[in-house]
Design a protein around this ligand. Sequence first.
Ligand SMILES: [Zn+2]
Length: 258
Amino acid sequence: MFDPTDRILIPISGGKDSAVLAYFLSRIERRFPSQVFGVVFDEGIPGLSNYKVDVAKKVASICNISIKCVSYAELFGETLPTIASRVSEKLNLSACSICSILRRRAIDIIAKELSIDKIAIAHNLNDVVETALLAFLRGDEFNLVRLFSDICEEIRPRRVRPLMLIPEQETALAHHILNLPRLLVECPFSSRSMRRRVKRFLYIIDTEHPGSLYSIFWSIYRTAKQISIRPSYKTTCKNCGFPSRKPLCQVCEILTLV
Ligand SMILES: [Zn+2]
């Protein structure tokens, strides 16, 4: 996933997975000329974002990496709750979906600013399988193929998922043993997301049939490799210039309605 001289960006969310990823990756990369940077986003969610930024800073300090803190208000002009309240209904997108579209862009902006080569996403096995099933449920094969950066050569900087073969219980165990900090409050928007339902479904399946997550993972991986449509950012957004599949990218579509 990495080259020895990579400049690596880890988005730190305050959750256990990004803390575990930052911990191990920063230690591994010490042996190389590569550089690891952290970034945390303040979405402006009351009772969550401030606490999350504090946790991310603690994680960065333990891992001895520099961390950049950027707010959605700085990047997009408004906080997530404001954007979601004005746009959710019009675009039929949950706050969670809006947040993830904006977060993706926010990561790209910071990656560009820091001349990043690889973005290390802290998705564990469960997350990757969930995202893939969601892509199936939404009929979005692009998101499915995008999960596996080794078959997505065209996207730069490349997103890699070093924890993608580690089940969630194991990252949780590592987090506990290492006694890393963690955000204890839950995002007020998360309960409304479809992802949560998929998560529950996968939990039941994998409990009753252990090993199912790996089976699903490898089926999806092989399927994604066979899909002939390669994600291609041939066009750029007419408004912001970022790569986009449509004339107006999703971020601009959201922000023009705020
Ligand atoms: Zn745009």
